[in-house]
Design a protein around this ligand. Structure first.
Ligand code: C2O
Ligand code: CU
Length: 464
């Protein structure tokens, strides 16, 4: 099948290009049932792993809509505990953001909740539980949300690469005893020893010479920053966190922090029979987690057109830095962080007292949510959060409902940084994160290393 046939055939069966938002909104509701299931996560064993998944699957079903259409998803809770769904990276209507205690009540067992929202941006997004997410995401409650561009992008294959790590016990079951481990919470979070791609211990992609691939990489791990080696696949980076960037050849390894997405463009130039591995790089070792196999056919070598890039999304990009609302956010705590004390629920506690409560990370001296928002901005204002990572750990800071860009790093102004919804900060690093606060509501800002979030690294802001 060549590119032309692909375009003619259309990938969007059932989502015809002339169907506008009004008609799409009458689409039937997609039911997502949060329930127990089983998955084959660990190879070399006969065991399946008991997971929690949407429709019992890991990853959950991939939801696919076209830009500007509506998502109608009914969360049905068949777990024995409450839950919710957050639509990560979507510039969403605040009431649909899925944060218990801030934007909705948690959904009790046996209950359901209807999520209905329009998606303004094309790109790679995901959805995941946002109640005890450090446990629920680790058990498998996540899936992909792919928003297709208004005009189809000229690629032959559109593939996903959802990478995760799992901490399993000797029976290949989710290691439950370590949920809530203070050691994880105060250090680098819950790291697993089993890696899956698209829920499989090893993922195989069969491709053909001459094909142009879009590969949507997404890190769904609780806390692991993946470094990926694509060897001879020679990808170009074309989008970050759902937002287009000028295509750029990947140099070295691809670093993807928890919750981040990277869209890659890969032109398969290799002859039939080639096997092209993708590996996770860990302390100099390479763990192969997937490969691309070039099918044996008669396709001749082809020359690829340069890729023009993805269309930009309608983000408000006009930052008014001089007139910005500025706020400082100091991140402290964790193991070896030297934090002496912090406020928890209005009480000043020593580090030892905090540790007893599993509350070991503070933002501006407070552990967890404050009554007042970090900042309250009028709609349309530019906000700059000057984030100072004053501790020994990297953190993946995520803002709900908006995309931001780094405008300064360690006090030095930056131009040309990409728009993201999750930014990895190294220990000791400071960044200025700027965005146009154009989405009204109450929005979380937190570390996406989910144990850090659980242990206090979260705050919120308000757009009025
Ligand atoms: Cu992907 Cu508040 O989270
Ligand atoms: Cu963190």
């Amino acid at each position: 099948m060549d590119r032309r046939q692909f375009l003619k055939g259309g990938v969007h069966l059932g989502l015809l290009p002339w169907v506008g938002a009004a008609q799409a909104s009458s689409d039937p509701t997609r039911v997502l049932t949060a329930q127990p299931g089983v998955a084959r996560l660990a190879d070399g064993t006969d065991s399946t792993t008991r997971v929690w998944g949407y429709d019992g699957r890991v990853p959950g079903p991939t939801l696919r809509v076209r830009q500007n259409e509506w998502v109608h998803a009914r969360l049905v809770n068949r777990l024995t505990t409450q839950t919710s769904v957050h639509w990560h990276g979507v510039r969403i209507d605040n009431a649909m953001d899925g944060v218990p205690g801030l934007t909705q009540d948690a959904v009790a067992p046996g209950e359901s909740f209807d999520y209905r929202f329009r998606v303004p941006d094309a790109g790679t997004f995901w959805y995941h539980a946002h109640e005890r997410s450090w446990e629920q995401v680790a058990r498998g409650l996540y899936g992909l949300l792919i928003v297709d561009e208004a005009e189809p992008v000229a690629v032959d294959r559109d593939l996903t690469f959802a990478i995760d790590d799992w901490r399993l016990d000797d029976e290949a079951q989710i290691h439950e005893a370590s949920f809530g481990s203070l050691h994880d919470w105060a250090h680098g979070g819950r790291l697993g020893q089993w890696v899956t791609v698209n829920g499989r211990p090893f993922e195989r992609f069969e491709v053909r010479r001459g094909q142009r691939l879009r590969l949507r990489v997404i890190n769904t791990a609780n806390a692991r920053v993946f470094s990926l080696d694509f060897a001879d696949l020679a990808p170009q980076v074309i989008a970050l966190d759902g937002q287009a960037v000028a295509p750029q050849r990947l140099e070295g390894h691809l670093q993807v922090a928890p919750a981040q997405r990277v869209d890659l463009l890969i032109d398969v130039a290799q002859a039939a029979g080639a096997v092209l591995p993708v590996a996770v790089v860990t302390r100099g070792d390479m763990l192969p987690v997937a490969h691309f196999e070039v099918a044996r056919d008669e396709t001749a070598a082809v020359a690829f057109e340069p890729f023009a890039g993805l269309p930009a999304n309608p983000l408000a990009t006009g930052l008014e830095l001089d007139a910005a609302e500025r706020v400082v956010l100091v991140m402290e705590g964790g193991a070896m962080g030297g934090m002496a004390s912090a406020t928890l629920n209005g009480e000043q506690l020593s580090l030892r007292e905090l540790a007893q409560r599993g509350a070991v990370w503070a933002l501006n001296g407070t552990v967890g949510m404050t009554d007042e928002p970090l900042v309250s901005a009028r709609r349309g204002r530019t906000v700059v959060i000057d984030v100072h990572n004053r501790n020994r750990w990297p953190h993946a800071m995520h803002l709900h409902g908006h995309h931001f860009k780094v405008v300064s790093r360690d006090g030095v102004e930056q131009g040309g940084a990409p728009w993201r919804d999750t930014e990895l900060l190294q220990p000791g690093e400071s960044v200025g994160l700027a965005f146009v606060a154009d989405n009204p509501g109450k929005w979380l800002f937190h570390c996406h290393m989910l144990e850090h979030q659980a242990a206090g690294m979260k705050t919120w802001l308000e757009v009025t």
